[in-house]
Design a binder for this molecule. Structure first.
Ligand code: SIN
Ligand code: FE2
Length: 200
């Protein structure tokens, strides 16, 4: 593992070894079996290119009614609990004793991306956001609190963990593109990103 700090983002390269990646992947597959991935629609009516689901008391959803945390999957079911191997990562890297209330699961298939945004639907920004990447490489762009602040990009690869706290907590970030098929972890290709958040 090597640790980088880029514009206040703490990036732990190769945080999870191959066994740990498989363990987290199995846990994610279990969640997805109970809470299927859905293609969300932005409030303006545009389908997002990533597919999403979540674990924990809250999931983050978007539809014509807006961006928000919700206690129920769009299909009306509660989200499954956050699996233990994922909670363990939070406990190791977050530096806080609160437990995350949402593990958002984003799946990037071929051509999927995520535009530059801030995570700001949570009640308080004092808690970090922890991100875990699995599968194909993703080009992660990091900026600052203002949309037009200068940015820097890093390729996140399978097993990398990013912690967004203090100045980076309100910084813009996004995923410009993935290298579809670059990792063998997911046999059909694609990238999974988990973000752990305290919501209330
Ligand atoms: C996100 O900001 O929600 C996702 C970041 C990523 O996919 O690495
Ligand atoms: Fe985000």
């Amino acid at each position: 593992m090597t640790k980088l700090s880029v514009l206040g983002f703490d990036i732990f390269k190769e945080y999870l070894d191959a066994d740990a990646q498989h363990e987290v992947l199995t846990a994610v597959r279990n969640v997805v079996q109970h809470a299927p991935l859905v293609q969300p629609i932005t409030p303006r009516g545009q389908p997002m290119s990533v597919r999403m689901t979540a674990a924990g008391p809250f999931g983050w959803i978007t539809d014509r009614k807006g961006y928000r945390y919700a206690r129920l999957h769009p299909n009306g079911m509660r989200w499954p609990p956050i699996p233990a191997p994922i909670l363990k990562i939070w406990q190791e890297v977050s530096g806080v004793s609160r437990i995350p209330e949402c593990c958002l699961i984003n799946f990037y298939g071929e051509g999927a991306r995520m535009g530059l945004h801030q995570d700001k639907d949570e009640k308080s920004f004092e808690w970090p956001v922890v991100s875990v990447s699995l599968g194909d490489d993703g080009l992660f762009r990091m900026g600052g609190p203002a949309r037009n602040d200068k940015t820097q990009s890093v390729w996140l690869t399978s097993g990398d963990v990013v912690v967004m706290r203090s100045t980076a907590r309100m910084a813009h970030h996004g995923v410009d593109r993935i290298r579809f098929g670059s990792s063998a972890l997911l046999s059909k290709g694609g990238r999974l990103n988990l973000t752990l958040r305290v919501v209330t």
